[in-house]
Design a protein around this ligand. Structure first.
Ligand code: CTP
Ligand code: CA
Length: 224
């Protein structure tokens, strides 16, 4: 029960959470983004706060209310998010990358609105930096890093690959093909993966309860 667990298991810890889907502008009136609502990341940030942590929430645009009691850093692009994450990470104990970071951004930003012209429009994209991979290069031993994996198929195989390649302590795998859960839904069902441990799949439950389960798991890593 959520109310029974209002203890201060993260007292004195600094937790950085990213949330929402980054937006990559194409011209002054257009951008590319994704379906992330930000709900999971916000629920995690609020839960960490409830458990006594000092929280920095680095958020791409969402329709959610700005949470109080924490430092809220608003960003738009993946590049801005990366700068803020690297800035906050130095003094952090725990980083939770719940944001849906754009994988590609337009190669060119057009200063003027792109006009209609006959037929087709092709947009050239380039890959963004992988924030988690860059964080893994500067991560110190006492720091805990949590990644998410949004998958539509081969959930466990893909998520396990991300657990290894991103060098995270916990990988939270999300089936985003099921619209009852994930992205815009209030509920979620996730599988927690840890190196050398069996995967642990939750029931379908509220994002608040998923957040609680994640924070409990992190705090148990912490005492080791
Ligand atoms: N992530 C990141 N930087 C990126 C892209 C993703 O830090 N440029 C983080 C996400 O915040 C998430 C994790 O990496 O915690 C996995 O994101 P996901 O989109 O599932 O995986 P990708 O590595 O981007 O691979 P793909 O989208 O091709 O499955
Ligand atoms: Ca991705």
């Amino acid at each position: 029960d959520l109310n029974l667990k209002n203890d201060h298991i993260l007292n004195g810890k600094k937790v950085v959470v990213t949330a929402g889907g980054t937006i990559e502008p194409l011209d002054p009136v257009r951008y590319i983004t994704n379906r992330s609502s930000g709900k999971m990341g916000y629920a995690i940030a609020k839960n960490a706060l409830k458990h006594g942590a000092k929280v920095s929430l680095i958020t791409a645009p969402t329709n959610l209310n700005r949470p109080s009691g924490m430092k809220v850093i608003e960003v738009n692009t993946s590049e801005e998010m990366e700068q803020q994450v690297l800035d906050e990470f130095h003094s952090a104990d725990i980083l939770i990358m719940a944001a849906a970071v754009a994988d590609f951004k337009p190669v060119h930003f057009n200063d003027q609105k792109i006009k209609k012209h006959g037929g087709q429009l092709s947009i050239e994209f380039q890959m963004t930096n992988d924030i988690l991979k860059d964080v893994s290069k500067i991560k110190k031993n006492h720091q805990i890093v949590v990644g998410f994996a949004a998958e539509t198929n081969h959930l466990l195989q893909n998520a396990h690959q991300k657990l290894k390649s991103k060098k995270v302590d916990i990988l939270v795998a999300n089936d985003v093909s099921n619209h009852q859960i994930g992205f815009n839904s209030d509920n979620n069902q996730v599988t927690f993966l840890r190196m050398g441990k069996s995967p642990l799949t939750t029931k379908v439950k509220s994002k608040e309860k998923i957040a609680e389960a994640l924070i409990q798991m992190i705090s148990q890593l912490n005492v080791k």
